[in-house]
Design a protein around this ligand. Structure first.
Ligand code: NI
Length: 187
C-alpha cells in the first residue's frame, strides 16, 4: 500500500524516532509499505518520519545507485540484490574518520530541491532487521551516504541542516516556499 509522504516543514520530520521494541507483523507490514512507497516515488531511501511515524525505522535500496561502493554485511559480501531492499531498525551508526565527500543530495520530503552535502565516505552501522535479527553493515560511497541521510531522519535531522551556507543559499527561497505550502510553520 502506498503511503502519503510528508513534506517539509511538517513537525513530524523534526521528531526523534522511538526505539522499536516489538518486531511483529504490523512492523513488517509498515516496512513493506515503506519499500513500496520508496520505489514508487522513486527514491533510494525512506524514513518512518517521512510517512508520519516517529520510529527508529527506515528502508534503503541503493541497487540502482551503484557508484562503485563496497559493503560488508555481518562479515560477508553478499550480492547486492540479496540484501536490497534493506529494512533498518534501531540503527547505531559510526562514521569512519575518512575524508568527507561533497555530493548533491535530494530528499523525498523536499520535492524538486537538491543541494550539496558533505559526509564522511564510510560507516559502520549496527541495526536490526524487520524480524529483530541484529546485523553489522560496513559500507562506503552512495550506500554509506544513503544510510547516513536516512538515519539522520530518524533523529529529526534533515539534509538542509548538513548543507553549508553557500550550498543552501541558492535553494533557500524554494525551501521557504515548500514550508509555506506544507503549512508546517516557518522555514
Ligand atoms: Ni530524506
Amino acid at each position: 500500500m502506498l503511503l502519503p509522504i510528508v513534506h517539509y516543514n511538517d513537525p513530524i520530520l523534526r521528531k526523534t524516532g522511538a526505539k522499536v521494541d516489538v518486531f511483529d507483523a504490523a512492523l513488517r507490514a509498515l516496512a513493506r509499505d515503506m519499500i513500496e512507497t520508496m520505489r514508487a516515488a522513486p527514491g533510494i531511501g525512506l524514513a518512518a518520519q517521512q510517512v508520519g511515524k516517529a520510529m527508529q525505522l527506515c528502508v534503503v535500496d541503493v541497487s540502482r545507485a551503484d557508484d562503485g561502493f563496497d559493503w560488508e554485511l555481518d562479515g560477508n559480501h553478499p550480492p547486492l540484490e540479496l540484501i536490497m531492499p534493506m529494512v533498518i531498525v534501531n540503527p547505531e551508526v559510526v562514521v569512519h574518520p575518512v575524508e568527507k565527500e561533497t555530493i548533491d543530495e535530494g530528499c523525498l520530503s523536499f520535492p524538486g530541491i537538491r543541494g550539496d552535502v558533505a559526509r564522511r565516505d564510510a560507516i559502520t552501522a549496527k541495526y536490526k532487521d524487520a524480524d529483530g535479527v541484529p546485523h553489522e553493515l560496513v559500507c562506503n560511497g552512495m550506500f554509506a551516504r544513503c544510510v547516513q541521510h536516512e538515519v539522520d531522519h530518524l533523529n529529526g535531522v534533515l539534509f538542509i541542516d548538513r548543507m553549508s551556507k553557500k550550498a543552501r543559499a541558492p535553494i533557500e527561497k524554494k525551501i521557504r516556499e515548500l514550508a509555506a505550502r506544507t503549512g508546517g510553520g516557518k522555514a
